[in-house]
Ligand binder design. Structure first.
Ligand code: NAG
Ligand code: NAG
Ligand code: NAG
Ligand code: NAG
Ligand code: NAG
Ligand code: NAG
Ligand code: NAG
Ligand code: NAG
Ligand code: NAG
Ligand code: NAG
Ligand code: NAG
Ligand code: NAG
Length: 570
C-alpha cells in the first residue's frame, strides 16, 4: 500500500508543470467557465460558480442550462441569508445562493486529476460565507505546489438557519428536513460530475470543515447510512464531531417551527409549507428572528438523510468508508462556556443550566473536574490571579471559571473528538483515523491580546482558522491573520502540508518536510499530533498520548448517546 502511494505521488510530481500561458478555463458538462490568475500565489481561481438552484423550502434543483460561450467566473456569488457576518459586511445576500469558489495551481489543465479539498464553512449553522477573506483558498493551493503535492481547493455554500434547517414533523414529512446538509450533498454531486474539467480527481475528494462545518463532515459521512456513493474518500473535522451539542432534537426544533408558523399566520393554512414558501423574504426572515433570533435552527435525525443516531451508526458500521483526520483545540471551553463562577455551587448551577443536566449530574461533573491539577487554559499556571488578569483585559471571570472552561471544552468538542477517534476505524470497517490537538493561540480573548503583553494566550474555539488558511499578517483587518512571527507561520505551513498529504493519500506523512514529526495512526497508537507554536517564536510540533483528563472525558464518552437525546445546544 505504502509503495503504491509513493508511486502515485511521484507520477503527480512529474505531471505537474507550471504554465502561465494556457487560458484559465474549466469545463463543466454543459458549458465552460473562465477564471483569473493570481500570479503572486501561483494560483488560478474561479468564483461564484452555481452548483444548484435554491428555492425556499425545496430540495435544491439541479442545473439544467447549457451554454456555448465561456462564462466568466470572476465575481463572488450571492451569500446565503443567516445571522451575523452575513448582515455585517454588506455582501450581496439572496436565497438562490448555492455556488462555489475554486482555486488551483497555475497551469492546471483539465484531466490532470489533482486531489480535491472541499471546504465547508462553520458558524453554528446560522452564519458562514465562502467569500469571507479569512477563508481564502489560495494559500492552501500555494503550499500544495511548494511541497510538490498540488491540490485543487473548493469552497461550497449551503443554506443556513431557517432557510437550511427549518426542521419539524411537517418538513420531515415533506422530505425537506436538513436542507443545508442536502445542499452540501448536491455540491458534492456537482463536483463528481464536473471537477475533472477543472483538473480535479473525482475519486480523491476530501471534505473539510470547522465547528458546524466539522459536524457537517461527520454527518455527511453518516448520511444515507454511510452509503456515500464514492462522493468523497476522506474527511477532515476541526473541533466539532457528531457527538455534539450542536445537534438538534425534534422537540426543540418543532417548537421553533411552531413559532414561525404562528407568527406568520401560516398555522391557519391548510398548506402550511406552501404558505411559508409564498411569504415575502422580509416576512419569512422576520419570523425566523422572532422564533429564536435566527440562530438556533439545527440538523436533526430525520429518518431519511440522517437515519439514525451517530452511536447506532458507528456500532452498526453504517459510516461511509472514508479516512478521517480530526482534532480539537486545547482550550475550546474558553469560548464555549464563558462564565464567572466563584464557587463550586455557582459553577454547578451554571453547568445545570447550560448543559441541561440535573443537579446530581452537574455536581458530579464539577467534583470530577475540580480534582484536576492542570486545567485549561493550559498555557497559564494554575496559581495566577485569574480574576485580576482577565479584568485587566476587560473581562469578568471568577475563581471557578477555569474549571468551567475545562468542562465546556470537553462538552462542546474535545470528548466528542476522542470518542469519534476511538470509533472511526471499526465504524468504517477499517479506514484510518488521525487525531490532532491544535495548541497555538493567534492572540485573542480573554487575557491575551495584542497590546496587553500578558504572555501566552490560548487555543480556543476558532483559533485554528487563520492557521488552516495560512492568512498572512495584515494589520488592521476585520479578520484574524497570523501574527508576524516565523514559528507561527511554520505551524500553519505544517498544518497545511500534513492536511494536503492526507487529502492526497489518506496519510498525513507524505509531505516530504523533514522538520515535521511522523504522525502515527490513531487506532494503532491512540496518539495525537500537536500543533504548537508561540508568539515567542518557539515551534513545538510533537506527538502525545491521548490519555489526558481520562476520567473526566470518559464521563462524557459514556453519556454521549443519552446526551444527544437531550441536546440543548449553545
Ligand atoms: C446539463 O444539462 C442537462 C440538460 O440539458 C441536465 O440534465 C444536466 O443536469 C445538466 N448538468 C449540469 C451539470 O449542469
Ligand atoms: C450551441 O451550439 C450548437 C452548435 O452550434 C447549437 O446547436 C446550440 O443551439 C447552441 N446552444 C446554445 C445554448 O446557444
Ligand atoms: C469576462 O471578463 C472579461 C475580463 O474582465 C471581460 O472582458 C468580458 O467582457 C467578460 N465576459 C462576459 C461574457 O461577461
Ligand atoms: C485570496 O487573496 C488574494 C490576495 O488578496 C486574492 O488575490 C485572491 O483572489 C484570493 N483568492 C480567492 C480564491 O478568493
Ligand atoms: C395561529 O397562531 C396565532 C398566534 O399564536 C393564534 O392566535 C392562532 O389561534 C393560531 N391559529 C391556529 C389555527 O392555530
Ligand atoms: C433578516 O432580519 C435581520 C434582523 O432584522 C436583518 O438584520 C437581516 O438583514 C434580514 N435578512 C434578510 C435576508 O432580509
Ligand atoms: C466493531 O463492529 C462490529 C460490528 O458492529 C462489532 O460487533 C464489534 O463489537 C466492534 N468492535 C469494536 C472494538 O468496537
Ligand atoms: C440525573 O441524570 C443522570 C444522567 O446523567 C441520571 O442517571 C440520574 O438518574 C438523574 N438523577 C435524577 C435525580 O434525576
Ligand atoms: C505551546 O507550547 C509552549 C511551550 O513550548 C507552552 O508554554 C504553551 O502553553 C503551549 N500552548 C500554547 C497555546 O501556547
Ligand atoms: C487589549 O487590552 C487592552 C487592555 O489591557 C485594551 O486597551 C485593548 O483595547 C485590547 N486590544 C485588543 C486588540 O483587544
Ligand atoms: C466573581 O468574582 C468577581 C470578582 O469579584 C466578580 O467580578 C464576578 O462578578 C463574580 N462572579 C459572580 C458570578 O458573581
Ligand atoms: C479568589 O481566590 C483568591 C485566592 O484564594 C481569594 O483571595 C479571592 O478572595 C477569591 N475571589 C473570589 C471573588 O472568590
Amino acid at each position: 500500500m505504502r509503495f503504491l502511494f509513493a508511486a502515485s505521488i511521484a507520477l503527480l510530481k512529474g505531471a505537474y508543470a507550471l504554465s502561465t500561458t494556457n487560458p484559465v478555463v474549466g469545463h463543466t458538462r454543459n458549458g465552460s467557465y473562465s477564471g483569473y490568475r493570481i500570479p503572486e500565489l501561483s494560483n488560478e481561481a474561479f468564483l461564484g460558480i452555481p452548483y444548484a438552484h435554491a428555492r425556499r423550502l425545496y430540495i435544491a434543483d439541479s442545473l439544467t442550462e447549457t451554454w456555448n460561450r465561456t462564462r466568466n467566473a470572476t465575481q463572488y456569488g450571492l451569500t446565503c441569508p443567516g445571522w451575523g457576518d452575513q448582515n455585517d459586511w454588506e455582501w450581496p445576500i439572496g436565497e438562490d445562493c448555492l455556488n462555489l469558489d475554486l482555486a488551483r495551481p497555475a497551469g492546471t489543465f483539465p484531466g490532470q486529476s489533482l486531489p480535491v479539498m472541499v471546504w465547508i464553512y462553520g458558524g453554528g449553522f446560522y452564519q458562514g460565507a465562502i467569500r469571507d477573506p479569512m477563508m481564502n483558498l489560495s494559500y492552501m493551493v500555494q503550499t500544495s505546489t511548494q511541497i510538490g503535492l498540488p491540490v485543487l481547493v473548493v469552497s461550497v455554500s449551503s443554506r443556513l438557519a431557517g432557510y437550511g434547517y427549518l426542521n419539524s414533523e411537517e418538513t420531515v414529512r415533506e422530505g425537506i428536513a436538513n436542507l443545508g446538509l442536502r445542499d452540501l450533498w448536491k455540491a458534492l454531486e456537482w463536483i463528481q460530475e464536473n471537477i475533472a474539467g477543472f483538473g480535479g480527481d473525482p475519486t480523491r475528494v476530501t471534505i473539510w470543515g470547522e465547528s458546524s462545518g466539522g459536524l457537517s463532515v461527520g454527518l455527511l459521512a453518516q448520511a444515507y447510512s454511510g452509503q456515500n456513493a464514492g462522493l468523497f474518500h476522506a474527511g477532515i473535522i476541526s473541533s466539532v464531531t457528531p457527538y455534539s451539542p450542536f445537534m438538534g432534537t425534534m422537540k426543540q426544533q418543532q417548537a421553533y417551527f411552531d413559532d414561525v408558523i404562528a407568527s406568520t399566520g401560516c398555522n391557519a393554512s391548510v398548506e402550511i409549507i406552501a404558505c411559508l414558501r409564498d411569504l415575502p423574504l422580509s416576512q419569512y426572515n422576520a419570523s425566523l428572528y422572532a422564533a429564536n433570533s435566527g440562530t438556533d435552527f439545527r440538523p436533526i435525525i430525520d429518518g431519511d438523510f440522517l437515519k439514525n443516531s451517530p452511536s447506532f451508526q458507528f456500532t452498526n458500521q453504517q459510516v461511509a468508508p472514508v479516512a478521517l483526520l480530526l482534532g480539537a483545540n486545547s482550550d475550546e471551553g474558553l469560548t464555549t462556556f464563558i462564565n464567572s463562577a466563584n464557587t463550586s455551587e455557582e459553577l454547578t448551577e451554571l453547568v445545570q443550566e447550560k448543559f441541561a443536566l440535573n443537579a446530581s449530574a452537574s455536581s458530579e461533573l464539577v467534583a470530577l473536574y475540580s480534582e484536576l491539577d492542570t486545567l485549561p487554559p493550559y498555557s497559564q499556571p494554575l496559581d495566577i490571579d485569574w480574576i485580576a488578569k482577565t479584568a485587566a483585559a476587560g473581562y469578568t471571570a471568577g475563581n471557578w471559571s477555569r474549571v468551567g472552561y475545562a468542562i465546556g471544552g470537553d462538552w462542546s468538542a474535545i470528548s466528542g473528538r476522542r470518542k469519534t477517534a476511538q470509533k472511526w476505524t471499526n465504524g468504517t470497517k477499517g479506514q484510518p483515523v488521525y487525531s490532532y490537538r491544535f495548541d497555538t493561540d493567534p492572540w485573542r480573548y480573554p487575557i491575551h491580546n495584542e497590546s496587553s503583553g500578558l504572555g501566552l494566550g490560548f487555543a480556543q474555539h476558532g483559533s485554528d482558522l487563520c492557521f488552516e488558511f495560512r492568512i498572512p499578517y495584515v494589520p488592521y483587518t476585520p479578520y484574524l491573520p497570523i501574527q508576524n512571527v516565523p514559528a507561527m507561520h511554520r505551524v500553519s505551513y505544517a498544518l497545511q502540508a500534513t492536511w494536503i498529504s492526507f487529502a492526497a493519500t489518506k496519510d498525513p506523512n507524505h509531505h516530504g518536510l523533514d522538520w515535521i514529526p511522523q504522525w502515527p495512526e490513531y487506532s494503532v497508537s491512540q496518539k495525537n499530533f500537536v500543533y504548537n507554536a508561540t508568539l515567542e517564536n518557539t515551534l513545538n510540533l510533537h506527538v502525545e498520548a491521548d490519555d489526558w483528563r481520562e476520567t473526566q472525558m470518559q464521563w462524557w464518552i459514556d453519556r454521549w448517546d443519552w446526551l444527544l437525546t437531550q441536546a440543548k445546544g449553545f
